[in-house]
Ligand binder design. Structure first.
Ligand code: URA
Length: 213
């Protein structure tokens, strides 16, 4: 169940929306938050991969030979924007255990406000793979935009972006930079506050996942 407008799809399945409400609640425990993020990742992964191309491959069942459908092409890549992306990544890997994984570390320089890449490790042949970039929060859109620039510089040309919550400001910035990259989210919230947090949001996803502050 989802609603698509332009290149943004809101996955509004009741289970996702219910679990998201519990995640937003500030009383939810760290363990609960982490488990719910993983569960929502399962449900969102199902939607974001629903149009993957299949090919028929020959196999033998205990009864007979047959041609059976399998996902076509090179293995997918899940690209996690550190560190909160790892919460979604775990759930995605539960559903697609053979996926390859990229990790992208980006921080914002306080002086220049430019995104700085401090870590990048990705599988080979990015140009031949579907890459699903994951980060729970699309806030200003700057990290996601920069991460996708880095992937494109290394040859990626078939990219989707998956987040849990998005701010309208983030979507606008992201779409300007990467109109070719579809965005999947569970909710578009009201706005960003002056510190760049999504409102009403759920707070700092990394802190709530890892018990830091
Ligand atoms: N990152 C978060 O973890 N939360 C926000 O609200 C915005 C960015």
């Amino acid at each position: 169940m989802s609603i698509t407008e332009g290149n943004v799809t809101v996955i509004d399945h009741p289970l996702i929306q219910h679990k998201l409400t519990i995640m937003r609640n500030k009383e939810t425990s760290i363990a609960g938050f982490r488990r719910l993020l993983r569960e929502i990742a399962h449900l969102m992964c199902y939607e974001v991969t629903r149009d993957l191309e299949l090919e028929m491959i020959p196999i033998e069942t205990p009864m007979s030979e047959m041609n059976s459908p399998a996902i076509k092409g090179k293995k997918l890549v899940f690209a996690s924007i550190l560190r909160a992306g790892n919460g979604l990544l775990d759930g995605m890997l539960d559903l697609v255990p053979a996926a390859r994984v990229a990790h992208i570390g980006i921080y914002r320089d306080h002086e220049t406000l430019e995104p700085v890449e401090y870590y990048f490790k990705a599988p080979s042949a990015l140009e031949d793979r579907l890459i699903i970039v994951v980060d729970p929060m699309l806030a200003t859109g700057n990290s996601a935009t920069a991460a996708i620039e880095k992937l494109k510089e290394r040859g990626a040309n078939n990219i989707r972006f998956l987040c849990l919550l998005a701010a309208p400001e983030g979507i606008e910035n992201f779409n300007k930079a990467h109109p070719d990259v579809p965005v999947f989210t569970a909710s578009i919230d009201s706005h960003l506050n002056e510190k760049g947090y999504i409102v009403p949001g759920l707070g700092d996803a990394g802190d709530r996942m890892y018990g830091t502050r």
